[in-house]
Design a protein around this ligand. Sequence first.
Ligand code: MSP
Length: 537
Amino acid sequence: MPRFYITTPIYYVNDAPHVGHAYTTVNADALARWHRLCGDDVFFLTGTDEHGAKVAEAAEEHGTSPKDWADTVVQRFSSAWHDLDIANDDFIRTSESRHHRSVRAFMQKIYDNGYIRLDTYRGLYCVSCEDYYSEEQLLDGNCPVHGRPVVEMEEENYFFALSRFTDRLLAWYEAEPDAVRPATKRNEALSFIKGGLKDISITRTSLRWGVPVPWDPDHVFYVWADALINYLTAIGYGADDERCARWWPAVHHLIGKEILRFHCVWWPAMCMAAGIDPPGRVLVHGWLLVGGQKLSKSLVRSMAAGDGGGGDAEGGDGGDADGGDADGGDGGALRLTDIAPQALTRDFGVDATRYHLLRDVPLGTDGDFSYEGMVSRYNADLANNLGNLVARVATVVSSKCAGIGPAPDPHSALAAVASEVVSAVSAAWERLAPHDALEATWRLIGAANAALEAAEPWKADPGPAVDVVLGDALEILRLVSLLVSPAMPTTADEIWRRIGLTGSPHERRLPADAAWGGYPGGVQVEKGSPLFPRRKP
Ligand code: MSP
């Protein structure tokens, strides 16, 4: 059975989860679900990055210890992922003892292999980035990413000999052209390597909140040096070698573009230094941005209202939602990082939120996030197309077939359309293009709606001609339920149930169960309330 191991970045617990985090996590979840549907052995990991100056600073600001702070914020992440129907197999926290054990084992290996040395480091450090900058990289003397002042640091640090891996990294990129995707990001990593690699500082003495260095307890590991190892901890590195060897070759890291250098340069070199293979795949996506568009007052209000139970929807210290009246006219009072995932799920529903994140921002490019965009996508695809098809079919089956769904025509012209769509959907997931997979699925929904409009079974007398049209439409709903299940798990179950099928689409396996003709006929079809009631634009 093929294996698929997929990871998200582990998120910092200095603040609450926002829609950007949700974007990565929903994409990883949908990919994991797709692979499960194909019968692969899947392991899906997400979690939290809890060490480092940034988290220690947030804890201090809130008058608490880093561990207590992390214990609080981690709940917000797990409840956000629960609310978004994220089916991760494990949730790793870097403060866990299993992670400390793996970090010690991995770093000791690199140390014993002779790639770590002690030296003095002087540099300009941005606490938000947990990274050093040179004078030239600063913007008006501030961090180029956060715009906040950098601090001058001088420390005795242990250094990892990254510079000694230039040739091996280049050879790896040459031998594995698909290791980093898309190609533009691969090229970015390559030019970084070709630009010359410097050794990197991997420990701190100025901080106690981290994994203690096994050979020198005055030091803790720098947060990025410990964080990357989480991907190995979760599969048993240093504890269960057999399990680790089983999963590691199947690893796929899904990450945002700003952490490319850590995953595509540092991490493969660290793996090489520890004597294991570099990660199989790094999939780099772009950013979700809030454009100049207006964000609706109801969205802002729902954010400002908190979640009413099960996790606070607001950003850490109150957010900047500006009194609940951000109409966008004031030059972006609302930032993407102010939007809690729960604000969207409360307003649109879980599956519609997931659908929007997967459908509207292709993996790899930046995309605009806007409330208006979400409403129009919802109305066009979910209310008018999918919702309408489900409602129409159930209504006509009720009036013309006494509520019993007829079987499809084995020789229907729609079978060819369905088979083309199933292939297109598979190909899209394989090339990490959920938006294309969904676009193809909606072609099938469109074909079913068009066939119904052409035949107008609601105007005809009951009989074989009507049965054939409705049987085909029901078969398409069965296929659609399977094909949308990675993106919209609850909707898929609901369609499956309404058309009279038992079990769940999540228990089915592709491609076998996506062959035309699986709808049995002779089963009760339920007319329910609208799946996606239309929203006011
Ligand atoms: N802790 C590190 C990652 C360590 S991985 C070994 C970190 N954490 S983070 O909390 O800042 O999360 C960064 C990730 O969140 C990005 O890589 C991306 O996956 C996601 N996103 C954060 N903002 C985002 C957008 N605006 N748009 C899309 N994804 C975004 O970096």
